[in-house]
Every structure is written in C-alpha cells, then in structure tokens.
Design a protein around this ligand. Structure first.
Ligand code: SIN
Ligand code: FE
Length: 295
C-alpha cells in the first residue's frame, strides 16, 4: 500500500482517486485542504480540561444535527454543536469536490472529535485502536457498502502515528477462512430472526452475513497475536495540520500516539466504486462462493 501525497488543492485538473482508495491506499494532504477556524480548534482542544465531561469521543450526527459524548454547560454544548456542524459541513463539501462519483450516492455517517492521547488509553482489546484492524460498526451494518474516513490532526505540535498493513485482498486471502467465514456465512437463521425481534421493538441489529463476518473479523484480527506481530507494517506519522483519508474497512490500521483528531465518516455505495470487484464484500463472496448480502 501507499501513502499518496497531494500537495496542492484545488488542483489544476481533477484526478479520479477512486482506484487508489479502493485498493487500500491513503490520500494524504500535508496541508489541510479546507478551512477550519483557529478559534474552533482552540475551543475543541480546551474541552480536554473540562474534567470528566468527555466520554471517549465526541460524535456529531449530521442527519439529526446532534452532538453526543460531552456534558458541559448549555453554552458549551451549543458552541460545540456549532463547531462540529461547521467542521462536518466543510469536510463534506471538500470530500464531494474530491470524489464526486462517491458523493452522488454516499450516506453521511458521524463526525467525531478524538480528544484523548492515544498512547496512554486503557481499553478492552476489542476497543483498542493501537492493534491493527479493519473497521466495522456494530450498530450500523453497511450491507456491503464501504467505510470512508477523513481525518485531520488538529494538535498544535504532535504527529498522529499510524501503522497499517497489506489491504483487504491479501488479508482476506490469508485469514478469512481461519476467521470463520464459512461458518458465519452458513448461518442463515440469524438475520431473519433478528429482523423479527427488531420489528417488535427489541434492540437487535439485523446483520447480513457480510456484516456479521466483518464485525467478527475486526475482533479476530485484534486477538491474532501472530498477525499483529509478524504482518508487514507501514508506518506514517501525520503532522499537525494535515488531513488524510482511506477506506478503513479495506486498509487495516492502528493508531499508536497522537491527540486531537477530527474525523468524518462516509458510507460509500458499492455501486459507485470505480471497480465493483474491489469491494470487500465481492472479495469475500469469491472466497465463499455465494452471495453474502441481498442482491
Ligand atoms: C481507528 O479508526 O482505528 C482510529 C484511527 C485514529 O483515530 O487515528
Ligand atoms: Fe479503526
């Protein structure tokens, strides 16, 4: 995989970067290609000192225009909502200009502010971000669509340090069977059963076989010490003021240190990929030999 640097934005002529992203590369902008006011950055960084007011991450939900994960005064809450809304709208506009084909069919997911120093977090294995993993959201199955995330390091001086490894095709080839692809996909009762429970109001998430596998794979990779220790590793330290984006379900990634990152997530329709056969769901279906999501 590669970290591809884009030095100037907007460019003289547009490049279709979809093939680069779909094959598990990172697009890296040394200078953030959209504007986000210094006062907003100062405000976000100052939230750290508000004692226990922050729960892990602060999330902004574009669809409902709400912020979660922070308890402060009503004035602080209002200010935070305005700052996160502004960040989210700005990064959405930028990403739409970078990737118009995706924007035509994407779904907006959450934006987040990540206020805590990553090197000293004490989390259960499944939540640790310093172990290599592909992303999958327990509460938001994608049904074969892809997870695109745009990150910005707003720390005034510290880099955000990532390690990645070979992208999904190589990973699936090596580990999907061992992780239980056949067993998980052969379970045909769990999705319809979950639909029934969901329809009568129980907090159950109906998941396609693909989504069940991806959720399991996330944890499988984190718990596989041979993989964690011996896989090829590509390291990149993202400097303060830089922005980068990648499909976090195609590219296994981990963060080792760094503080104060902003991030916006997009769910990219598999129908808008430059090459449909690149989608993780299609790679897994080729291995399994049958569909893993409804047509
Ligand atoms: C992750 O998605 O695993 C974390 C990446 C980051 O916060 O830099
Ligand atoms: Fe992740």
């Amino acid at each position: 995989m590669e970290f591809l640097t884009i030095d100037t934005w907007p460019p003289a002529s547009l490049t279709d970067y979809r093939p680069q992203l779909e094959t598990g590369n990172v697009l890296y902008f040394p200078t953030t290609p959209f504007s986000f006011p210094a006062e907003s950055q100062d405000f976000l960084r100052s939230l750290d000192f508000a004692g226990k007011a922050i729960h892990k991450n602060i999330a902004y939900r574009p669809a409902s225009d709400r912020v979660t994960g922070f308890e402060g005064t009503p004035e602080q809450q209002q200010h935070l909502l305005a700052v996160m809304r502004d960040y989210s709208r700005t990064v959405i506009a930028f990403t739409a200009s970078l990737l118009p084909e995706y924007a035509a069919a994407w779904k907006l997911d959450y934006a987040s502010f990540r206020p805590l120093e990553e090197s000293s977090r004490d989390l259960p294995v499944n939540k640790r971000n310093d172990l290599l993993h592909t992303d999958a959201f327990p509460s938001r199955p994608t049904h074969g669509d892809l997870i695109l995330r745009v990150f910005t390091n707003i720390h005034p001086s510290k880099t955000r340090n990532w390690i990645t490894t070979d992208p999904f095709p190589a990973l699936a080839e090596k580990y999907a069977r061992a992780a239980g692809l056949d067993r998980i996909a052969a379970n045909t009762w769990s999705e319809p059963a979950a639909r029934v429970l969901h329809s009568i109001g129980l907090p159950v998430v109906p998941r396609s076989p693909y989504d069940r596998f991806m959720l399991h794979f996330h944890e499988y990779l984190k718990r596989n010490t041979d993989f964690q220790q011996n896989c090829p590793k590509y390291r990149f330290d993202f400097p303060p003021g830089s922005t980068w984006l990648t499909f976090t379900d195609v590219l296994p990634h981990s963060v080792h240190s760094g503080q104060h990152a902003l991030e916006q997530t997009f769910i990219i329709s598999k129908s808008s990929l430059s090459r449909a056969e690149n989608a993780p769901v299609r790679i897994l279906e080729r291995l399994y030999g049958k569909p893993l999501v409804a047509a």
